[in-house]
Design a protein around this ligand. Sequence first.
Ligand SMILES: NC(=O)c1ccc[n+]([C@@H]2O[C@H](COP(=O)([O-])OP(=O)(O)OC[C@H]3O[C@@H](n4cnc5c(N)ncnc54)[C@H](OP(=O)(O)O)[C@@H]3O)[C@@H](O)[C@H]2O)c1
Length: 294
Amino acid sequence: MAIEKRPEALARAVELREAGPLLASGHRMPAVGFGTSGLAPGIDTEEAVKCAMIHGYRHFDCAAKYGNEISVGVALKNSGIEREEFFITSKVWLDSMTYEGTIESCHRSIRDLKCQYLDLYLIHWPASPYKQPNWRDINLNVWRAMCDLYREGLVKSIGVSNCKELHLDDLLKSEIPPMVNQLEVHPGHAQRSLLKFSQDRNMVIQGWSPLGRSKVVRNEVVIEMARKYGRTPAQICLRYDWQLGVVPLPKAVNIDHVITNLNFLNFEISDEDMEVLHKLENAQVGFSYEDPDM
Ligand SMILES: NC(=O)c1ccc[n+]([C@@H]2O[C@H](COP(=O)([O-])OP(=O)(O)OC[C@H]3O[C@@H](n4cnc5c(N)ncnc54)[C@H](OP(=O)(O)O)[C@@H]3O)[C@@H](O)[C@H]2O)c1
């Protein structure tokens, strides 16, 4: 059966799209995105993306750096699903951090993904004052290219990833400020003050590694809480992000994981239990230790 004809997947896709946040561009982002990092190019990526679509994902988090956009594109094209049903993100990598490099990288991602336009284009990692003396100019030139791509309609929304307050300062003064900040967000590394800073400035947050690369789902506190709510540990992690106003981007290949990760909208973690989960940040459970300034 063609993917778009599966009624249960269609209903889930509609529910996730309607529940998702509205971006400053006026476009809506579905409430969960499927992470594509770490999927080997070729049949592995094609099958993983197809499996995700079969079960109702329409939002895919891609990047030039992941090296598999051609294979994601094959799966999108073969799905028979209309382009408008998808929400496709890509990101400009560190090796293309100039005005021209960003324009070129965006065109390449669109071509590889075979998707005519991107729903969201992000700066993957900002230039850092601890690494590049001219970091401000680098970030501003890349942002200028992002704004031009947005004005041209090649990308429907623009934003950043892994940006802290310092990196955001200049970009927020732009005529078109960032609409999204994609950050590592899970109970072991929630970065709540940066979330608030970004959200107060009208940015939607996407949460990468929402399961702490599976380390948080193996944590005893999370497992115990999952038992209490009659949910899986992964659903506790995804719901935690959602209650912080964050759209989670879990990656999964295992089919049970793919399915369970779609179901976190219909229960609520109490304020008391959110506090219990916040405490995991003290032990930095599942933290990647990736930081733009280190
Ligand atoms: N912007 C950035 O700098 C940045 C950085 C890192 C990641 N990302 C994005 O975020 C996405 C997700 O991050 P990630 O892959 O690092 O980590 P993650 O989603 O937190 O964890 C993925 C791992 O968790 C396992 N898993 C998935 N669902 C599960 C479940 N329900 N129960 C138990 N285990 C489960 C997966 O196993 P199986 O695959 O075997 O199912 C995989 O080993 C990436 O794919 C990428 O799109 C962005």
